[in-house]
Design a protein around this ligand. Sequence first.
Ligand code: FRU
Length: 523
Amino acid sequence: MSGEITNFAVSKNQPFFIPIQTHDMINVYPLRSLLLFTLSIAIAALTGSCTHEPHYRIGVSQCSADDWRDKMNEEIRREAMFHDNIEIEIRSGDDDNAKQIADLEYFVNEGFDLIIAAPNEADALTPTIKRIYESGLPIIVFDRNVNGEYYTAYQGADNVEIGHQAALLARAMLGDECRVIEICGLEGSSPATDRQRGFDSAAEELGIKVLGRGNGYWNYEEGSRVSDSLLSLYPEANLIYAHNDRMAIAGAMRARAAHRQVKTIGIDAAPTIGIQAVADSIIDATFLYPTGGHELVRTAIAILEGKPYKKVSILPTPATVDATNAEMLLLQDQALREETSKISGLKQSLDSYCEKHSLQTAFLYSALIIIVLCAGLLFVVLRAYWARKRHHQEVEAQNIELAKQRDQLDTLYKQLQDATRSKLTFFTNVSHDLRTPLTLVAEPVHQLATATNLTEQQSTLMQLADKNVKRLQRLINQILDLRKYEDSKLGLSLKNVDLSEALREWSAAFEAAARASATCISL
Ligand code: FRU
């Protein structure tokens, strides 16, 4: 397999005085837009402070949990500390295919953006990984492989080469007299197959005898069990080649218990178990099986960000750890741990500063929102106050104008009253002036009308003149009564009248005039 740059990733009414109306003066629309404006500021404040977009979630599915994977998980988390836009969740299948399939389904169902998986057993995990890969969800396979290229990227070490190196070391340790019992990793997991294949082919070339092998399932207990059987089966064996350190330690312990002089070679060299076992002279040597946690995260980010990445990355051929360098490697690991803890301390302070900064930014934006809201509210209230004041002023001006008009009307009314009174006084005075001579005329006319020495015609004419003089006197009295009426001094006086007599008198009054005009017409 060669590492080529082949893929780019999948990378979302009118009364006299006008009343002042206030109910519709406050317009609600500016308030609503103000509210919308402040709401958008709030959203911007909450989403914009100290966030890093886009944000990716990466699911790491380990096939098991052990010292080597702990080291790798540490590397993954350490690398993730340098990338604020990723969130990592690591799950372990605990050497159980069904559990690991469930973990992978979980990452898919939870909408993770990328999956990194070390398949427990190739045959069991290939269908699930193939389905995920074909669905377009990026998946990086590492350490152990699947049956086919069903991955966005693969990263792992050359396990055939590790087997080969182990054989070379065995030969170097024991020369021509190298008789090996092999404790294998889980059958069906690709590193076990490759480590066996690499060792076998080199053993043949180097004249190493592989007496027998057994499945240690990558763990201490099974390693012990299979070691016991192989050690008793092959008393001539002088070297245990185990596919990992836990099984190597198990083999070495069983050999000691059986008082057997055997050399032990393991693989992994995770500091807490493998290197320590070499430093403690429990096993003789181990191979640094590269973890590549940092590289995995970088590849994942490149895929997610659509940047170029290697489809297949083979990690460098491992170095041997033996009594000569184990102590130094432990010290280096210790130093690395201290640096890592310092970095993680710094990261925590940075995160807490960022959190404080976010809080302060949110507080600042909240204060700004409150100020904008208060200013807006003040503006709306002032606007309503000004509108009300203006309305008041207008109404007052209208009231002053109406009062002026009312005063003018009052003046006109008084002038009219004065003119009417003057006219009445004039008529009263004229009537008084008319009544005196009329009274003087009335008496002689009455005497003539009642005289007995007149002809019938003269008597009739004089009686007519007498009636009309009286009538004139009545009319003048009525005019004078009008003045009393105006001064409210006139009372109502009712009397009985002989209507036929009255009609006769009224018609007789016109008789002479009628006769005179009839004579004119006949002439
Ligand atoms: C850890 C482990 C290692 C071994 C690797 C091979 O789960 O068993 O000890 O080197 O897996 O995949």
